[in-house]
Design a protein around this ligand. Structure first.
Ligand SMILES: Cc1cc2nc3c(=O)[nH]c(=O)nc-3n(C[C@H](O)[C@H](O)[C@H](O)COP(=O)(O)OP(=O)(O)OC[C@H]3O[C@@H](n4cnc5c(N)ncnc54)[C@H](O)[C@@H]3O)c2cc1C
Length: 396
C-alpha cells in the first residue's frame, strides 16, 4: 500500500504496533516456510530475485525480504506504534496511537486477515490438566508437555504441526474438518505454477458463484519444503498420525467427534481431482510440455471407521492444539462499518465510510487478495481510489 501511495505522490505514514513484518516474527513456528514458491513473492515494484526461484522462504528470510522492500521503497514505517482508536473527525479521521495523535483524510486498515486465532467454543470444555494452545502460539515440539497431542484442524497449519510433532516422537491425533487437498507438484511443475498459469489465483469476485462461500474456503493443504514433497492425510497416516473426524464437543476428558471423516476427505479428494483434471485439459489444449500424470490416490479409504469419541486421559493426550483458522477484531475502529459478524463491510476494499479502506482480506477483489502475490493488485486499486477522492475533495 505504501509503495503504491508513494508512486502516486500521496503523503502517508505506516503505523505498526510491533516491528516491521511483526506477524512473521511473533506468530510463526520455528520451522515455518512459505507455502508459496519464491517466484510468487511479487509485490509492487519489488520481487524475489534470489537464486532459488522454486524454493520456499523461511520466516527469517521473509522478514529480511520485507526489510529490504521497506528500504528500497523508502516506506515511512513507524514501528512500536499501536493504533488505539480511529474515529471520524470532520471529513477525515483522528487516529490515536501510543505515540501521539494523527489526523488523516484516509485510513487503510491492513491489520491482516489472519489476525487472531479462531478457537471453537468446545475449547472451554478442556480440563485444566490438559494444556491447550492456539497455533500462533506454537513454536516447536519441545515446548509441549510430554505425552500425546490432539491437533484440531487439517489445513496447511494443522498438517504441518501434526507432522512435526509426530516426527518428534509423540503420538498425534489429527481431528480433520473441511480441507482443500492439493499435491505440491503435478506433471513436472509446482501446483501453484499451474493455478497461476490457468488464472485461478487471480480470478475476480465477479467470476465466482457464491463469494461468501469462496471467502470461507479452508486454506490450501500445502507445505513449502526444500524437497517439494506433498503433505496430505495419506502421508500423515503412513507416519502413524491417527485421523479422526471433526471435534464436536469437549466435556472434561471426553471429546465427542463428528461422523464426517469419510465425507470431508472424499469431498477434498473430489475437489482435488477436479483441479487436476482442469490442469490436464489445459495441457491437452495448449500443448504445454508436461510428463504424464501420476496415479491419483484418494485419501478417503483411510478414513473408514473412525472413533466417535476420544478419552484424553485414556489416550494420554496432554496437549490440544487449535489449528482452526483465524478471525479478526477491530475494537479500536470506532466507525460504523461492521456487519453482524463484526467484519468490515466493503466492496473490493472500499467501505461505505468515505475515506476508510481495508486491504489484505480473503478474496477481497481476487482469489489471491490475502496472499503476498495478490495484495499488490488490490493496493494499487485502492491507492488510485484514494488519489481520486483527494482530487474530488480539492475540487469541492
Ligand atoms: C501460518 C501462515 C502461513 C502463511 N503462508 C503464506 C504463504 O506462504 N504465502 C502467502 O502469500 N501468504 C501466506 N500467508 C498469508 C499471509 O498472512 C499474508 O500473505 C500476508 O503476510 C499478510 O500480510 P498483511 O500485511 O496483510 O497482514 P499481517 O502480516 O497480519 O500484518 C498485519 C500487521 O498489522 C499489525 N497490527 C495489527 N493491529 C494493529 C494496531 N492496532 N496498530 C498497529 N499495528 C497493528 C500487526 O502487528 C501486523 O504486523 C500465511 C498466513 C499464515 C497465518
Amino acid at each position: 500500500m505504501s509503495r503504491c501511495l508513494s508512486d502516486l505522490g500521496i503523503e502517508h505514514v505506516v503505523l505498526e504496533r510491533g516491528k516491521l513484518a511483526e506477524r512473521w516474527r511473533s506468530h510463526s513456528w520455528d520451522s515455518l516456510r512459505l507455502l508459496t514458491p519464491n517466484w510468487m513473492t511479487r509485490l509492487p515494484g519489488f520481487q524475489y530475485d534470489g537464486p532459488d526461484r522454486d524454493g520456499f522462504m523461511s520466516a527469517p528470510e521473509l522478514i529480511a525480504f520485507f526489510e529490504r522492500y521497506a528500504v528500497s521503497s523508502g516506506a515511512p514505517v513507524l514501528t512500536e506504534t499501536a493504533v488505539q482508536s480511529v474515529e471520524r473527525s470532520g471529513n477525515g479521521f483522528s487516529v490515536v496511537t501510543n505515540r501521539g495523535v494523527w489526523s488523516a483524510s484516509s485510513v487503510v486498515v491492513a491489520t491482516g486477515y489472519c489476525d487472531l486465532p479462531a478457537v471453537p467454543a468446545a475449547s472451554r470444555g478442556v480440563p485444566e490438566s490438559v494444556r491447550q494452545i492456539a497455533a500462533p502460539d506454537y513454536r516447536r515440539p519441545e515446548q509441549l508437555p510430554a505425552g500425546g497431542v490432539l491437533v484440531v484442524g487439517a489445513s496447511s497449519t494443522g498438517v504441518q504441526l501434526a507432522d512435526e510433532i509426530q516426527r518428534s516422537g509423540r503420538q498425534v491425533t489429527l481431528a480433520v474438518g473441511r480441507h482443500t487437498r492439493l499435491p505440491r507438484r503435478h506433471r513436472g511443475r509446482d501446483i501453484l505454477w499451474w493455478l497461476d498459469e490457468l488464472g485461478v489465483l487471480s480470478q475476480g469476485v465477479e467470476g465466482v458463484h457464491d463469494i461468501e462461500r469462496s471467502r470461507h474456503q479452508p486454506s490450501l493443504q500445502l507445505v513449502g519444503r526444500p524437497d517439494h514433497s506433498s503433505l496430505d492425510l495419506a502421508v500423515l497416516h503412513d507416519r502413524g498420525v491417527r485421523l479422526v473426524g471433526r471435534v464436536r464437543d469437549i466435556n472434561g476428558y471426553r471429546v465427542t467427534l463428528t461422523d464426517d471423516l469419510v465425507a470431508t476427505t472424499a469431498a477434498a479428494d473430489f475437489k482435488m481431482a477436479e483441479v487436476l483434471m482442469r490442469i490436464d485439459q489445459f495441457i491437452a489444449t495448449t500443448g504445454v510440455d508436461a510428463p504424464s500424470p501420476e496415479p491419483f490416490n484418494p485419501t478417503w479409504p483411510l478414513a473408514a471407521d473412525p472413533p466417535d469419541h476420544l478419552d484424553l486421559k485414556d489416550e494420554r493426550i496432554e496437549t490440544v492444539i487449535w489449528a482452526t483458522g483465524y478471525r479478526r477484531a477491530y475494537p479500536w475502529l470506532r466507525v460504523p462499518v461492521f456487519d453482524a459478524h463484526g467484519e468490515i463491510t466493503h466492496n473490493g476494499g472500499i467501505t461505505p465510510e468515505a475515506g476508510l479502506y481495508v486491504l489484505g482480506l480473503n478474496f477481497q477483489r481476487r482469489r489471491n487478495s490475502s496472499f503476498i502475490d495478490g495484495v499488490g493488485h488490490d493496493a494499487w486499486v485502492i491507492a488510485q481510489e484514494i488519489a481520486r477522492s483527494m482530487v474530488r475533495a480539492r475540487v469541492a
